[in-house]
Write a protein that binds this ligand. Structure first.
Ligand code: NCD
Ligand code: ZN
Length: 334
C-alpha cells in the first residue's frame, strides 16, 4: 500500500487462464491484459493446441487480441505422446504441457486415459526441464471425490520423476494443499472462486450456473485450507484464475458448461479478500512473486494500481456473465 491508500501490485500474474479464440478471445483477452502483466494460457481448444504450428498461430492471435496492453502470454501445449524431436522444437516456446484426463472437463476428450500411457513423454519432459501442468481429477469418481481420488497420482509422479516440476492446477481440497508440503516438486494454482465459495454456493439454494466449474467447489473446511494457504502466501501456491468464459446460452441452459468467468474482477476481488483478512501484504507474493520464482520467468514488468472505490460488477461482458454479476466490490483498477 502506498501513501495515497491505493494498492499497487507489481506485475500481477494469472497462472491459469482460458482465452478461447475468435470473437470470444477478442472480448476476454483485453480484459485480462488490462489487469495482469501475464498469464499461462491453457490449450484446450477444439482441436487442442498440440503442435508447434498451432501454438505459434495461437500465440499470434493472442498478441493481436491483447492490443496495446503489456501482457506476456505463457503458452502451453495440450498433453499427448510427443517425440523427443517435437519437444525439443517447442521447449523454449512453452511454459509447460497441460495434461487432462480424458473427459474430466471442457474440451478434454483428447486427454489421457491413464497416467501409464503418458509416462514416456513425461520422462522426456523431466529430462528437458518442461513442467507438467495437471488437471487433477479422476473423471470416473464421484464428483466431490474426483480430486482426492487423483492425489495418489500426484504422489506417484512426484516420487518417480523427482526432477519434474509438477503443477496441480486449480486445487480445491485440504488434501491437495497438504501435498505441497510433502513433495518438493509439487506446486499448485488456486482460483478466486475456490477461495470464496463452497458447494453450498453452487447448489445449496437456487442453482448458480455461473459458479459451476470443474473441479466443483467443495466443503467449507476445504475452502478454509485453501484460503489459509493463500493468505499466508504459501511459497508453492500461485494464483491462477481458471477464468473460463462460456456464452450465456451455454451456461443458462440444460447441460450447463463448466467454467467461471472471473478475468475482469479477479484482481479487485483478490484485493478485497486479502484486505478483509488483514493479509494485504501477502498478496504481492500470491499474485506475482511466487509464480515468477517457481517458473523462473521474467515477464515485462507492469504496475497495476487499485483504489478503494465502490464498483458494481456488470451483469455481462459481451455475451458472458462474470462471477458475482451485479454485486458491489470496493476496489477498482485505475
Ligand atoms: C475450463 C474451461 O471451460 O475451459 N472449465 C472449468 O470448469 N474449469 C476447463 C478447466 O480448466 O477445467
Ligand atoms: Zn482451466
Amino acid at each position: 500500500m502506498d501513501s495515497s491508500n491505493d494498492i499497487v501490485i507489481d506485475t500481477p500474474m494469472d497462472m491459469h487462464l482460458h482465452f478461447r479464440q475468435g470473437k470470444m478471445m477478442e472480448l476476454v483477452a483485453p480484459l485480462s491484459a488490462a489487469h495482469f502483466a501475464g498469464g499461462v494460457i491453457m490449450p484446450n481448444l477444439v482441436p487442442p493446441v498440440d503442435s508447434l504450428e498451432r501454438l505459434q498461430a495461437y500465440q499470434k492471435e493472442i498478441s493481436s487480441a491483447c492490443k496495446n496492453h503489456v501482457f506476456s502470454p505463457y503458452m502451453t501445449l495440450f498433453f499427448r505422446s510427443y517425440t523427443e524431436a517435437e519437444l525439443l522444437a517447442v521447449k523454449n516456446k512453452i511454459i509447460g504441457i497441460k495434461l487432462y484426463p480424458a473427459g474430466a472437463t471442457t474440451h478434454s476428450d483428447q486427454g489421457v486415459n491413464s497416467i501409464a500411457e503418458a509416462e514416456a513423454t513425461i520422462s522426456l519432459m523431466q529430462d528437458m526441464g518442461i513442467p507438467l501442468l495437471v488437471h487433477g481429477e479422476d473423471p470416473e469418481g464421484f464428483v466431490l471425490d474426483r480430486e482426492t481420488l487423483f492425489l495418489p497420482n500426484y504422489a506417484d509422479l512426484a516420487n518417480r520423476f523427482p526432477d519434474l516440476k509438477i503443477v496441480m492446477e486449480h486445487i480445491t481440497t485440504t488434501g491437495a494443499v497438504s501435498m505441497l508440503d510433502q513433495y518438493e516438486n509439487l506446486y499448485a494454482t488456486v482460483t478466486l472462486q475456490h477461495l470464496m465459495i463452497t458447494l453450498d454456493d453452487v447448489v445449496g439454494g437456487l442453482m448458480k450456473p455461473h459458479l459451476f466449474c470443474k473441479p466443483i467447489a467443495k466443503r467449507p473446511e476445504d475452502k478454509d485450507s485453501l484460503l489459509e494457504a493463500a493468505l499466508n502466501a504459501h511459497p508453492k501456491l500461485m494464483f491462477g484464475s481458471d477464468s473460463a468464459p462460456h456464452p450465456i446460452h451455454e451456461k443458462e441452459c440444460c447441460g450447463c458448461a463448466a467454467g467461471v468467468f472471473t478475468a475482469p474482477i479477479a484482481l479487485p476481488m483478490l484485493v478485497e479478500l486479502f484486505h478483509h483478512h488483514n493479509a494485504i501484504d501477502q498478496l504481492q507474493a500470491f499474485v506475482s512473486d511466487t509464480a515468477r520464482k517457481v517458473y523462473k520467468i521474467e515477464p515485462t514488468r507492469k504496475k497495476v494500481r487499485l483504489r478503494k472505490e465502490t464498483y458494481t460488477i456488470p451483469s455481462q461482458f459481451g455475451n458472458v456473465t462474470p462471477m458475482n454479476a451485479g454485486c458491489e466490490i470496493s476496489w477498482k483498477v485505475i
